[in-house]
Design a protein around this ligand. Structure first.
Ligand code: ATP
Ligand code: MG
Length: 869
């Protein structure tokens, strides 16, 4: 069965069991500080499990793009070495949010595998949670009883906390799990070692395919488990592993999910998959990593030097390095695989199809630059080896390579080994650990558990309509970080504060406590579905009604920049084309920044047109029109622009200014005229195929223009207050050109005089006209002069010297026939005379030049020239 069909069968199966099929959430997470990437299907439903939000549907199924390369679930180092862990993989999942529980979850999973897909039940094993004393948890007897009705008791195994108690991260929803494992070994193998002995033993053909998690608890910051108000089901099945089982192969990489990519790698590199293990690993690494990187880029995460971008960069570099070391690839090639990915996955994940070119360009550029780094690192390593005493390279040196050149340590080891050297690995590890500690200290923040003051179903955002409000504190917690020190996060029943999102900064402002204290809100952010207000001081009095005030000035300036961003987006798409897509946006009170896909630098003319386009719309005084609750599909049909990598619900908000219409949650002006003016301050490149425009509006734009006008006034003053400064400047330039011409004419006349003078100074020696002179000319001047003299005087041997910018120059010209007849060679002459000026040179037999650093030696060189005759 083709993998495409397997995916569809799964979704259809659960659809028939009244599940709503939803789209995969983006692989890059935006408002969850505890996770960088989606690492399980349940991430996007976390808030439902915790009861922070109320779901529209209680039965959901999907296939979710997951990435396990950081945090609690990090498989990166295993990927490629084994045959069933990927960085990016699809997780098929079904969820019950307070709806059905263990019985249905187990029975349906079994039905799907054994009836729908007809997997032989004799190849399957299941595990249940054995309990855990410290957490006060008992064996999952309920799951055991259900399984006993379905499967031979001998096939039910007990699993420990590590394998059978699922947790997303250090905190959050969790619960006991029941896993389904499959044994795909041959009957012969099975006869030797029974499958049950190989469960959870990292055997490549006895693997877990499906995990059914019974979400019952919330893991608190303190480590304690808190019983959840409702019970939920969260299941996850590895799509690639299921395909392996269904296609009767022994490795995920032998399924049709990977074979087309591998075939392409074979074609490009000339290496064959399946011949030797080092090659196999390299090919698997590349086939796997290109998926992770392309999907992350398509969801808006470009490789960079920090955070999630750095993780993506490291994954790509790992692939490049495996290719470089094991497949002899020293040119960019991974980007070429995107095409195949699009053919295979473009239907299930249209974002990758839509953004093929961007993915290709970004990957190619990264490859080229890292290959350059590798080359630099290699030569630096050679130097280090040459300089090192004995046969061991210092760990600090290897760390320098790793840290400043991104040079992977295993590559360093490999090269050292080839050259008969060793690495001081302990020292390297120490240096690495020190660096880790440094960055951990800087970035780490710990949060305490929420202190709940009142039960409130959902926090309401009223900031579109109000800039102040009476609010009540629902819960708070302390957050401690090295960078910010101690802060508190406050959550209210309702709030006028806009939380950072969609590129727009969070609101600042203050609270008036019931007891009259003022508490400053320094930032507002969204964490999952909660709006969290940051403050340095916890209110002394927690109960009662607070007056909340948003900083209106900042809000108004930010709104101008946000609306201007939409107009800019519209301008780019109308003037440059609809290939322009938003790739990043920052809306602050002082300025806006907009990144978008476009393949060439914008010309001054284009920038001017864009400015004009936006300013025309500002002058048109276009009113703000919003629709806060429109079905997603309807909004798109109406022409609203949606962004890749953004998670949209069924109902969305549209923001419209005339022809510009976007899905947006941000705050805007009521009329474009409030923006006053829009000025672009900078246009740069961010990555291959991505440009960045920075711009300002309102006061900032006005100040900017005023400054320009002031500078212009100063120029006017310098031009003696000319009536028409532009004309005056033009006149000055014309005058300048004339003066330059005049000087050149004078120089030429001077040279003529010089030539006439020198012609008189030739000395006849043995039938040769000899001239040795120091002149006040540059290299070209000397050359001209020598050629002119040579053309006008017969049988010449000319040697000229000059001092230019503290350096010595020599020029030698010998009549061609004379050179031949007497065996003279100008090149040799200057080479030998070069020693007097501490330099050297060369050229042809009749003309040559030399340069040196000692002008004092010029006279001596000229005198010595005579000796050649
Ligand atoms: P394993 O022990 O094999 O690493 P896991 O316990 O980490 O699996 P879960 O977190 O329960 O896996 O994820 C649910 C399912 O997703 C697994 O049963 C498996 O089929 C699949 N899966 C997990 N990690 C990966 C991965 N790195 N690559 C491919 N599939 C995976
Ligand atoms: Mg795992």
């Amino acid at each position: 069965m083709k993998s495409k069909e397997i995916r569809q069968r799964f979704l259809d199966f659960y659809k028939n069991k009244s599940h709503t099929i939803v789209a995969s959430a983006p692989i890059v997470l935006k408002d969850d500080p505890s996770l960088m990437f989606t690492n399980a299907g349940m991430n996007q439903f976390k808030e439902y499990f915790l009861g922070n939000s109320i779901p529209k549907h209680t039965r959901i199924a999907d296939t979710q793009k997951c990435l396990r390369v950081s945090g609690k679930h990090n498989d990166l180092e295993e990927v490629g070495k084994d045959t069933y862990h990927h960085t990016m993989f699809e997780m098929l999942g079904n969820w019950s949010i307070g709806d059905y529980f263990k019985k249905e979850a187990i029975e349906w999973a079994w039905e799907f595998l054994t009836k729908e897909l007809k997997i032989n039940p004799n190849h399957l094993y299941v595990t249940i949670f054995e309990g855990h004393k410290e957490d006060g948890l008992e064996k999952d007897q309920e799951a055991f009883e259900i399984w006993k009705e379905i499967i031979d008791e001998k096939r039910i195994l007990l699993g420990n906390k590590k394998d059978n108690f699922w947790e997303m991260g250090d905190q959050g929803p969790c619960g006991p799990a029941s896993e389904i494992h499959v044994d795909i070994r041959s009957d012969e193998e099975k006869a030797k070692v029974p499958g049950k002995d190989l469960i959870n033993q990292d055997h490549p053909q006895v693997v877990e395919i499906w995990n059914l998690v019974f979400i019952q608890f919330n893991r608190l910051a303190s480590g304690k488990l808190q019983e959840l108000p409702a019970k939920h089901i969260d299941t996850g099945m590895g799509f690639e592993r299921l395909s392996m089982v269904m296609q009767g192969v022994q490795s995920n990489y032998d399924t049709d999910v990977f074979t087309p990519i591998i075939a392409e790698i074979e074609t490009i590199t000339g290496f064959t998959y399946g011949k030797d293990e080092a090659t196999n690993i390299a090919i698997r690494v590349i086939a796997d990593h290109v998926r992770a990187v392309a999907f992350a880029i398509a969801d808006g995460q470009l490789p960079s030097n920090t955070g999630a971008g750095y993780v993506i960069r490291r994954i790509l570099r790992r692939a490049i390095r495996y290719g470089f070391t094991f497949l002899n690839t020293n040119e960019a090639f991974i980007y070429k695989l995107v095409k195949t990915l699009v053919i295979e996955l473009g239907e299930a994940f249209p974002e990758i199809k839509k953004q093929q070119h961007l993915c290709e360009n970004v990957i190619q550029e990264e490859e080229i630059s890292f290959l350059r780094t590798l080359a630099q690192g290699l030569s630096l390593l050679d130097q280090m080896i040459a300089q090192s005493k004995g046969k061991t390279l210092a760990g600090t040196k290897a760390f320098e390579l790793y840290d400043t050149y991104g040079f992977p340590i295993d590559l360093t080891s490999l090269i050292l080994e080839e050259k008969g050297y060793q690495l001081d690995e302990e020292e390297f590890k120490k240096a690495l650990q020190q660096q880790k500690n440094r960055s951990k200290d800087a970035a780490a923040s710990t949060t305490s558990d929420w202190v709940i003051l009142r039960e409130d179903d959902e926090e309401e955002f009223i900031g579109y309509d109000y800039l102040d409000a009476e609010v009540k504190l629902v819960k708070y917690r302390k957050i401690t970080s090295k960078k910010e020190g101690e802060m508190y996060q406050l959550v209210f029943n309702l709030t006028p504060f806009y939380p950072e999102g969609g590129g727009q900064v969070g609101d600042k402002g203050y609270l008036k406590s019931p007891n009259g204290d003022t508490i400053y809100i320094v930032d507002t952010k969204k964490e999952n579905n909660l709006i969290v207000h940051f403050t340095k001081q916890l209110p002394k009095q927690l109960e009662g009604v607070f007056q909340a005030f948003v900083d209106t000035k900042q809000r108004q300036r930010t709104a101008c920049n946000h609306t201007a961003t939409h107009l800019l987006h519209q301008a780019l798409r109308s003037l440059l084309g609809t290939h322009v897509e938003q790739k990043g946006s920052l809306v602050r009170s002082a300025y806006l920044r907009f990144d978008f896909s476009h393949f060439s630098k914008l010309t001054d003319d284009e920038l001017q047109q864009i400015e004009n386009f936006v300013n025309a719309r500002i002058q048109d005084s276009i009113p703000f029109e919003e629709n806060r609750n429109i079905p997603y599909k309807k909004a798109l049909e109406a022409g609203a622009i949606a962004l890749f990598g953004e998670k949209y619900g069924d109902a969305v908000r549209t923001v419209k200014f005339g022809e510009s219409m976007e899905l947006c949650g941000g705050t805007h002006v009521q009329n474009t005229s409030e923006i006053w003016h829009f000025t672009i301050t900078q246009e740069t490149s961010v990555a291959a195929g991505i440009r960045r425009i920075e711009a300002i509006t309102k006061d900032e734009a006005k100040n900017y223009l005023t400054q320009k006008a002031t500078a212009f006034d100063e120029v006017k003053t310098l031009l003696n207050n000319a009536q028409d400064p532009i004309k005056a400047l033009g006149n000055l330039q014309d005058e300048n050109t004339l003066l330059k011409k005049e000087i050149e004419g004078l120089k030429r006349a001077q040279a003529k005089n010089l030539k006439a003078d020198l012609k008189k100074q030739f000395q006849p020696i043995n039938g040769v006209n000899f001239l040795a002179e120091k002149v006040d000319l540059d290299a070209n001047g000397m050359k001209d002069l020598a050629f002119q003299l040579g053309g006008e005087v017969d049988q010449v041997f000319i040697i000229l010297g000059a001092e230019v910018n503290g350096k010595a120059l020599l020029t030698c010209f010998i009549d061609k026939k004379l050179a031949e007849k007497q065996g003279l060679n100008a090149g040799q002459v200057v080479r030998e005379l070069g020693k007097f000026i501490q330099g050297g040179g060369g050229g042809q037999a009749f003309f040559a030049t030399a340069g040196g650093k000692n002008p004092q030696g010029i006279n001596q060189a000229l005198q010595e020239a005579k000796s050649y005759l």
